[in-house]
Design a protein around this ligand. Structure first.
Ligand code: A3D
Length: 324
């Protein structure tokens, strides 16, 4: 993180962290709102020149929300990379979302070109930033960002497991009628229909869900979690989920900026953890001031390991299609 506390002869002067959102569409707009409401810093919404009016308009609208909400973050819109110099945190949603009938992998052709362009610019304008990738296909996009930018592995991470685990938590809370606040669980692996909910470790208030929900219903909840993104794509008819994806990424940004050391399932570069080598895949990740500070490796059962290997095969295939 850049030093936001400067010791001058007149005393201490504070400057706010700078958060730049690459892509100011559905998720980008909500990221700006949530980051401002949490006062994580000043926010720049960046988009292509064709969409510059849209992001400048969103920024102005959010500035005018400040008197009602009471936050002091400054929000601006731009299509000029020079405005992103000295950024502390980037959150990347640049690209296109899914339409009904599409897999996330179908987005690779278009979104890969965009990610290469974005990575090159970020490297040039803010080489010390922490970068959270959201664009799909997630595991291949975060891999591509890492390869093209050459950023160290602790400064690059993908948002997926936070959302997938949140969806799993939601469905468990809906099933039991208990507070979602007390549901803990994790979903590992790639961000696709082969993701791996670790049901064995899910609890409500510390009580194993396996003691609260029948095996048949738990299986239905796991299946719904795997295709939860597609369920929303079908309902929308055009585009994909944006509220929960935005909040999931904000949790990750907040953990970095405030050195919270939260444990969040994220697509992190594994180098031996869970037997995975050289790929970004969803694993329990500690995020603090050092970025990705640690991956919490633990022993999987035989079935979980087999499922993780299947999801890894899917990730490897998409990554190989990037040609990177
Ligand atoms: P959308 O509302 O279309 O916004 C994408 C924005 O990216 C648009 O405003 C584009 O103009 C902009 N853009 C395109 N090219 C560039 C570029 N080169 N530089 C800067 N901006 C650019 O989509 P969205 O916000 O709904 O979704 C964004 C991405 O997130 C898509 O790829 C989705 O598939 C993905 N997504 C991921 C998750 C995960 O859990 C990983 C969840 C939901 C959506």
């Amino acid at each position: 993180m850049t030093d936001n506390l400067n010791n001058s002869s007149e005393g201490f002067t504070m400057s706010k962290p700078k958060i730049s959102l690459i892509g100011g569409g559905q998720i980008g707009g909500n990221l700006a709102l949530l980051a401002a409401q949490k006062e994580l810093g000043d926010i720049v919404i960046f988009d292509i020149p064709k969409a510059e009016g849209m992001v400048k308009g969103k920024a102005l609208d959010l500035m005018q929300l400040r008197p009602h909400d009471g936050y002091d973050s400054n929000i601006t819109g731009t299509s000029d990379w020079n405005d992103l110099k000295n950024t502390d945190v980037f959150i990347i949603t640049a690209g296109i979302p899914r339409k009904p009938g599409m897999d996330r992998e179908d987005l690779l052709g278009i979104n890969l070109g965009i990610m290469k362009d974005v990575a090159t610019h970020i490297k040039e304008h803010a080489p010390n930033a922490f970068v959270i990738v959201i664009s799909n296909p997630l595991d291949a996009m975060v891999y591509a960002f890492h390869k093209v930018s050459g950023f160290s592995k602790n400064m690059v991470v993908g948002m997926a497991g936070a959302l997938d685990s949140g969806r799993f938590r939601t469905f468990i809370a809906m099933e039991t009628g208990l507070s979602v606040q007390d549901v803990t669980c994790m979903v590992l692996g790639g961000h696709g229909d082969s993701m791996v909910p670790i049901t064995r470790l899910a609890t409500v208030g510390g009580v194993p869900v396996t003691d609260l929900i029948s095996p048949e219903r738990l299986k239905a909840i796991e299946d719904r979690t795997r295709v939860a993104g597609g369920e929303i794509v079908k309902l929308f008819g055009n585009g994909s989920a944006f509220y929960a994806p935005a909040q999931s990424a904000i949790e990750m940004a907040e953990s970095y900026l405030r050195d919270k050391k939260r444990v969040i399932p994220c697509a992190s570069l594994c180098e031996g953890e869970f037997g995975v080598n050289g790929y970004f895949i969803g694993v329990p990740t500690v995020i603090g001031a050092g970025g990705v500070e640690k991956i919490l490796d633990f022993t999987l059962t035989g079935d979980e390991k087999a499922e993780l290997n299947s999801t890894l095969d899917v990730v490897k295939k998409t990554v190989s299609e990037t040609g990177l």
